[in-house]
Design a binder for this molecule. Structure first.
Ligand code: GSH
Length: 219
């Protein structure tokens, strides 16, 4: 399976992370996203007319949306990560996959603005990112009350991997995670998963004791 990849792209990292967590080896094809803008060149535009990465190729199959790649990897190698053991959980996973694109459009765009000087209304992007983080925090507090540490279940699913990278990198776009204890706790849970890999700016969790406790009244 070949991944067209850029090391600083959170969307590409979703796919690398998923593959690492479930033990799938990817053939990485580095893309000169910046400054070369290779994703807009003829070779990659032929694969993905939307002009974005990641792109995942497996034989004749070409996927151009990271959420679809997560589904594909999990369905092939570790179906428990699909979180589809009940109708309610399957729907909840889909809900968070859709939500993850709002994180890309807000927190991701704010990060591109700050790091690559991309045009955009930074105040509006931060506001949209903050609204999404509040929603995520509320969802995680509900999960905490149900006794579940992850977005759709007590075990991680593709929903967590879809949402995690842009949230973890929110501070790069000038959006702090300080007001969100449930998000910070969830981020620790993701970063301590066996097989977790890092990307620049997102570090593995090193053991800290005692582990922090979320007081429900705190959120
Ligand atoms: N919907 C796509 C979005 C991926 C995305 O936003 N990729 C960024 C890199 S992180 C990109 O290629 N952007 C094109 C550009 O900024 O020129 C997915 O989730 O796979």
């Amino acid at each position: 399976m070949k991944l067209y990849d850029y090391v600083l792209s959170p969307s590409c990292y979703k796919v690398r992370l998923m593959a690492a967590l479930i033990g799938v080896t990817l053939d990485i094809r580095p893309v000169d996203f910046h400054p070369g803008c290779e994703h807009r060149g003829p070779e990659l535009m032929a694969l993905n007319p939307a002009g974005s990465i990641p792109i995942l190729e497996d034989g004749d199959l070409v996927l151009t949306e990271s959420s679809a790649m997560l589904v594909y990897l999990a369905a092939k190698a570790a179906p428990q990560w699909l979180g589809n053991d009940t109708a309610g959980r399957a729907a909840r996973v889909q809900q968070w996959l859709s939500f993850s694109h709002r994180l890309t459009a807000s927190l991701g765009a704010a990060r591109l603005h700050e790091m690559l000087l991309r045009p955009g209304n930074i105040a509006a992007l931060r506001e949209q990112g903050t609204a999404a983080l509040r929603e995520l925090e509320a969802g995680l507090v509900e999960q905490h009350v149900r006794g579940q540490r992850f977005l759709a279940s007590d075990r991680p699913t593709i929903a967590d991997i879809a949402c995690f990278p842009y949230v973890a990198l929110a501070p790069d776009g000038g959006v702090s995670l300080d007001p969100y204890p449930a998000i910070r706790l969830w981020s620790r849970a993701v970063r301590s998963l066996e097989g977790f890999i890092e990307m620049p700016g997102i570090h593995r969790l090193h053991e800290l004791t005692p582990a922090p406790v979320l007081e429900v009244g705190e959120a």
